[in-house]
Design a protein around this ligand. Structure first.
Ligand code: FAD
Ligand code: FES
Length: 344
């Protein structure tokens, strides 16, 4: 590999006899590894979780986000880096402490995408659909990294639709107050605007080889990947398989899961959707459950058939996913039946 980088990029070598791969100009170490079929450990792909931590042994890595919450200043001083926030400025050698997965089926690619529709679902949740020239290849539950105009750092958004030949990528996105990505998507971007879309990423995808009943649990923006997983599960697997979806928000105006499920005839037929609200001060009549979504799901699971016989997919803010995970462990659900993304 060229020591000068340039068009040929830089070479990243793993210590202890691990593989070597090329990192092309502008790419991060994590994305380059995955594009080469080398499964470096990762979760969020956006600096928040720390799963992609590697130790730099030689060479120079630019830190794209020095304040990323996924790494402490102390770890940084000891030579650790986040592979998802590191761009090489020379050939490098790194150590990865968690086993690698080799020969990945889904290799991410970066391509341009055009915004084709923007449909408001609630006061702060909108469905954005982009179109790419080539097919939209991903596993239900995965996410893409979007480079948005005027925003530093890519943002992770999970696909809500199914993989398709037409190159259609839909994302259900919740606007966070003061967020830069939200500002770009909700305020600045219009239909026909172009962005760069990199994907697919993510490990919390539908396990197509399992025939167990499926329980999906989400709060707020966690809706997006759950729709994709439920759409795929309702079109494959055993017909008698139960598909339950617990979706929570603060108040009724925050919820749109039932509306989105109603749009699809198969989802409408196959999925039992239980919406809940958590704002205890909300005094208007409400036909659904009350409480945090993990509490509502727990009540239902305890009243139903053996909770350990199902697969669980869940997504949302870390406080919510942590609470769901604790609840499931309490019900003795094996970790191998839990698949989740924390929207860090
Ligand atoms: C795997 C995954 C899937 C997600 N899927 C969805 C989804 O389907 N729908 C949805 O609404 N939300 C989703 N999110 C959350 C989403 O990525 C954003 O965090 C959220 O929308 C707020 O973004 P913002 O730009 O508006 O806010 P901001 O506060 O501006 O940014 C928040 C996030 O952007 C990243 N970031 C901020 N600054 C930088 C920087 N300098 N360099 C690099 N990165 C930076 C970090 O990840 C940070 O947590 C997902 C998150 C993850 C990790
Ligand atoms: S994958 Fe890099 S911090 Fe989460």
């Amino acid at each position: 590999m060229s020591a000068e980088g340039g068009a040929a990029g830089y070479s990243i070598r793993l210590t202890d006899g691990g593989p070597e791969f090329a990192c092309m100009p502008g790419d991060t170490v994590l994305r380059a590894a995955l594009r080469s079929g080398i499964g470096l450990p990762y979760e969020c792909g956006s600096g928040g979780c720390g799963t992609c931590r590697v130790q730099l042994k030689s060479g120079e890595l630019e830190d794209l986000w020095p304040d990323a919450p996924g790494l402490t200043a102390r770890s940084r001083d000891r030579g650790f880096r986040l592979a998802c926030q590191s761009r090489p400025h020379s050939d490098c050698t790194i150590t990865v402490r968690v086993p690698l997965k080799l020969g990945l089926e889904q290799r991410p690619r970066r391509r341009s995408a055009v915004l084709v529709s923007k449909i408001a679902m609630t006061h702060d949740i909108t469905e954005f659909t982009f179109k790419t020239a080539d097919p939209a290849e991903f596993l239900p539950g995965q996410f893409a990294l979007l480079s948005l105009p005027g925003v530093t750092g890519d943002r992770a958004y999970s696909m809500s639709n199914l993989p398709n030949e037409q190159g259609s990528w839909s994302f259900v996105i919740k606007r966070m107050t003061e967020g830069a990505g939200g500002r770009a998507l909700f305020d600045s971007m219009s239909v026909d605007d172009q962005i760069m879309l990199d994907g697919p990423y993510g490990l919390a995808h539908l396990r197509a080889d399992s025939t167990r009943d499926i329980v999906c649990i989400a709060g707020g923006s966690g809706l997006s990947p759950m729709l994709s997983i439920l759409s795929a599960a309702s079109r494959s697997g055993p017909r008698e398989r139960k598909l339950d979806f617990f979706y929570g928000g603060r108040r009724p105006a925050d919820l749109c899961a039932s509306t989105m499920i109603e749009r699809d005839a198969l989802l409408r037929k196959r999925v039992s959707c239980f919406s809940s609200i958590s704002d205890s001060t909300y005094a208007e009549p409400w036909g659904g459950a009350r409480g945090f979504v993990h509490e509502v799901a727990r009540r239902s699971l305890e009243a139903g058939s053996d909770p350990t016989s199902k697969d669980y997919y869940f997504c949302g803010p870390p406080a919510m996913t942590d609470a769901v995970q604790r609840m499931l462990l309490d019900l003795k659900v094996p970790v191998s039946q839990m698949f989740y993304d924390r929207f860090v």
